[in-house]
Design a protein around this ligand. Structure first.
Ligand SMILES: Nc1nc2c(ncn2[C@@H]2O[C@H](COP(=O)(O)OP(=O)(O)OP(=O)(O)O)[C@@H](O)[C@H]2O)c(=O)[nH]1
Ligand SMILES: [Mg+2]
Length: 374
């Protein structure tokens, strides 16, 4: 490139000189103010100096011609547009597959990152999700290309999660023992769920059912269970002491199912578990179902589960599915602690808003949320 210097009194004037000399293809490289004339620093004038050049590698005339041609040849324009669209599509795909840096510094394609962020939003425990995402990444890299777009990733994830769950004991209570005890934190829906299970046993299965409540902490709690008992026309005993509890058990020894309600307490505190054990005799003819609300935090659920583990907990019931869109906790407990899930409740209506849990269905509940996430 040839570079020339132009000096004028003002910038517009200097630009005029450049344009006249080099034409509209001129490139301005630098402009500066300079002092001109004067005597001993007095009476000086300000001038503008422009350094400009003409890049001879760029054939402006040829470019002009090209533009004219494109305008005068619409067919060629269409071809060019199609090529451009193709290029944009390719670029989009490249961006889609572009690697992004994750927190741990590992690098996954955007497709895998999307799943990773979804699993995080769903509160899948990192001990599970990291392994899942790493294997998903291996699978994705192995397939690669357009086939990856059509691959049934939902099925792949279903199989992966399903293989890690202890499925043998999923589902509801099938009269394997006489006594079913529901325990869990305050307000999760223990009493309502007892009413739902009791109603199903009486109305659908035609069983002889009774209630025992050890929740003498609140008067209203006794009334609540007694009301359900009256509606179902079944007996209900209140056990204030271990002796009362033993007597009630004996009284209902020829019943098909005895549902035991208990007071909701802050079971993060072990004291309340010991308090419960003072009244309820947790022997082997009793199944203990831990009731947890899906609206709670997984870490708290895990702590409560660990506190109760020694009873032991035979199954978990998850309540209030209708009040959340986050289902990771269910899968975390089922996978990390091999806890079978008995029922899921999804509303306040007795007895309708409850269904028996099935491992495949739990996974589908999670995957349905992926559609909303994308
Ligand atoms: N949205 C929704 N609400 C529920 C569900 N199950 C129970 N509930 C409501 O949760 C509230 C508490 O239910 P309870 O059955 O009294 O809970 P609890 O665990 O026995 O409570 P405490 O005995 O006080 O610890 C009530 O308003 C129920 O109607 C459910 O699946 N979904
Ligand atoms: Mg209750």
């Amino acid at each position: 490139m040839k570079v020339k210097k132009y000096t004028a009194k003002s910038l517009p004037e200097a630009m005029k000189l450049v344009r006249a000399d080099l034409g509209s293809g001129a490139v301005i490289l630098n402009t500066r103010e300079v002092q001109a004339g004067g005597f001993l620093g007095f009476f000086t004038k300000k001038n503008i100096e422009i350094f400009a050049g003409l890049d001879q590698d760029i054939d402006y005339q040829a470019q002009k011609k090209q533009v004219k041609q494109v305008i005068s040849e619409p067919v060629q324009q269409v071809v060019q547009d199609e090529e451009l669209t193709k290029e944009i599509r390719q670029l989009k795909k490249m961006v889609h597959n572009l690697s992004v840096q994750n927190k741990e510094g590992d690098s996954y394609p955007a497709f895998v990152e999307q799943w990773r962020s979804f699993l995080q939003v769903q509160e899948i425990d990192s001990s599970i999700s990291e392994e899942l995402v790493s294997q998903l990444n291996s699978k994705y890299s192995a397939i690669d290309g357009p086939e990856a777009e059509n691959y049934d990733w939902n099925l792949w994830l279903t199989n992966w999660l399903s293989a890690r769950m202890k499925k043998s004991d999923f589902g509801g209570f099938h009269y394997e023992t006489k006594f079913l005890n529901l325990i869990g934190p305050t307000g999760v829906g223990k009493t309502t769920t007892i009413a739902k299970i009791g109603a199903k046993a009486v109305l659908k299965d035609g069983k002889k059912v009774a209630f025992i409540t050890t929740d003498t902490y609140r008067i209203a709690a006794i009334e609540q269970l007694k009301t359900y008992a009256e509606i179902l026309n079944i007996p209900c005993e209140v056990a204030y002491t271990a002796e009362d509890f033993k007597k009630a058990k004996e009284k209902f020894s020829d019943f098909d199912l005895v549902l035991v309600d208990s007071a909701g307490r802050n079971f993060l505190n072990r004291f309340y578990i010991e308090e419960l054990q003072r009244v309820v005799h947790f022997d082997k003819d009793m199944k203990n179902y831990l009731v947890l609300s899906l609206t709670s935090k997984y870490k708290d659920m895990e702590t409560i589960y660990s506190q109760f583990k020694s009873l032991p907990v035979h199954k978990v019931i998850f309540t209030k599915k209708d009040e959340t869109t986050t289902f990771g906790a269910m899968l975390n407990l089922a996978i990390s602690h091999s806890v079978p899930i008995g029922y899921i409740t999804n509303g306040q209506n007795v007895p309708d808003d409850m269904f028996e849990a099935d491992s495949e269905e739990l996974i589908q509940m999670l995957l349905k949320e992926k559609l909303k996430h994308d």
